[in-house]
Design a protein around this ligand. Structure first.
Ligand code: HEM
Length: 183
């Protein structure tokens, strides 16, 4: 996503330079300061959620009230399997304005407060959510941060489009092609 959007990539690079100056390593205390990079990673997790769906077996009946007049509520029986389509949630026009557009500003603190905490679920939610989410976020900040400090990521007309498939995880069938050049 940063290769596709050089303007956001540059903003991340500027932030890295401001936070790290000439320091080689990214330390623990730096991670919380990399706010723009965090916003870009979250927006990437929204538009390309690595876990596109999860499922649950209901231990009690679940009733959905309809918003449409005269349509009665629907109840799923105890024991049913319910699929939660994270990919679709993250692209639902009732939840996200222009969901196909990559826009890291969706994740400013102010904008986060305006949404339901369940609008964005890359790590699931509730008692069986991802126990590795903080580790994963920190790992991504360090890996992406260290790469874009030294290299510019870009795509051009020769770069093949990524073809996505939904397996257990969201993955590419043809690799993720990007070009890099040393800064
Ligand atoms: C971007 C990276 C990651 C994403 C998007 C992700 C996403 C998820 C999701 C959506 C679930 C919930 C599955 C469900 O509700 O059925 C989950 C569970 C889990 N994740 Fe992650 N994960 C990531 C990285 C990691 C890492 C780095 C670790 C370990 C260091 C980890 C460990 C786990 C474990 C152990 C569970 C099962 C928790 C349970 O069932 O109680 N994950 N992850």
């Amino acid at each position: 996503m940063l290769a596709q959007h050089p303007e956001y990539q540059q903003k991340c690079r500027d932030e890295l330079e401001e936070v790290l100056k000439d320091k080689e390593d990214i330390d623990w205390s730096d991670l919380t300061k990399l706010q723009y990079l965090t916003m870009c990673i979250k927006e990437t997790l929204r538009i390309r959620p690595p876990v596109p769906a999860i499922s649950r077996q209901l231990d009690q009946p679940l009733t959905f009230k309809s918003k449409t007049h005269n349509v009665p509520p629907t109840t799923l029986a105890k024991g049913s399997f319910a699929g939660v389509q994270i990919f679709s949630l993250h692209r639902n026009v009732h939840v996200w304005e222009e969901p196909e557009v990559f826009n890291p500003d969706r994740f400013t603190q102010d904008n986060i407060k305006k949404r339901s905490p369940h609008a964005f679920l890359p790590f699931s939610a509730g008692s069986r959510n991802c126990i590795g989410q903080n580790f994963a976020m920190n790992e991504m900040k360090i890996a992406v941060g260290q790469i874009i400090r030294k290299y510019e990521l870009y795509i051009d007309d020769d770069t093949p489009d990524t073809v996505m498939e939904t397996a257990l995880v969201l993955r590419s069938t043809n690799g993720i092609m990007i070009k890099i050049r040393k800064i």
